[in-house]
Write a protein that binds this ligand. Structure first.
Ligand code: NI
Length: 134
């Protein structure tokens, strides 16, 4: 660990402290480390070069052959989909969680295709990191 001094406008610093309290961080160092990691992860995704990992949540009504369509799409990208969990929430609605690995742009494209499929009610991609470069 290395220590360094940071100069910051008092207004910005009080915003950082509020954020720290809201999120339950123990100190400024811990929140700053996470903010830097968040930025690096964002860069990793945008660069399109490094391997990333993410989770995609889908909520949809399984009627009208929608599940079939989504499964077909997922098979097209089987190399990038590490795992799928499917929960039947009620008579109609399904929740699916996919773990995707690959280049950021590829994962984003796969997620976009699945989310844009007619009948998908909720689709959210959460960008994570393999942890190697952060
Ligand atoms: Ni289902």
């Amino acid at each position: 660990m290395k220590r360094f001094g940071v100069s910051m406008e008092s207004e910005l610093l009080s915003k950082l402290d509020n954020l720290m309290e809201e999120k339950g961080y123990a100190n400024r160092s811990e929140i700053l480390r996470d903010l830097v990691r968040e930025k690096l992860t964002e860069k990793e995704w945008k660069s399109g070069k490094s391997e990333t990992i993410g989770t995609l949540t889908l909520v949809y009504d399984h009627h009208h052959h929608l599940q079939e369509k989504l499964t077909d799409l997922q098979h097209d990208y089987h190399k990038n989909i590490l795992s799928t969990t499917h929960i039947h929430m009620d008579e109609h609605n399904c929740l699916e969680i996919l773990i995707l690995k690959g280049k950021g742009k590829t994962i984003q494209q796969i997620a976009n295709k699945l989310i844009a499929t007619k009948g998908v009610k909720i689709g959210k991609l959460s960008a994570a990191s393999t942890g190697k470069n952060i």
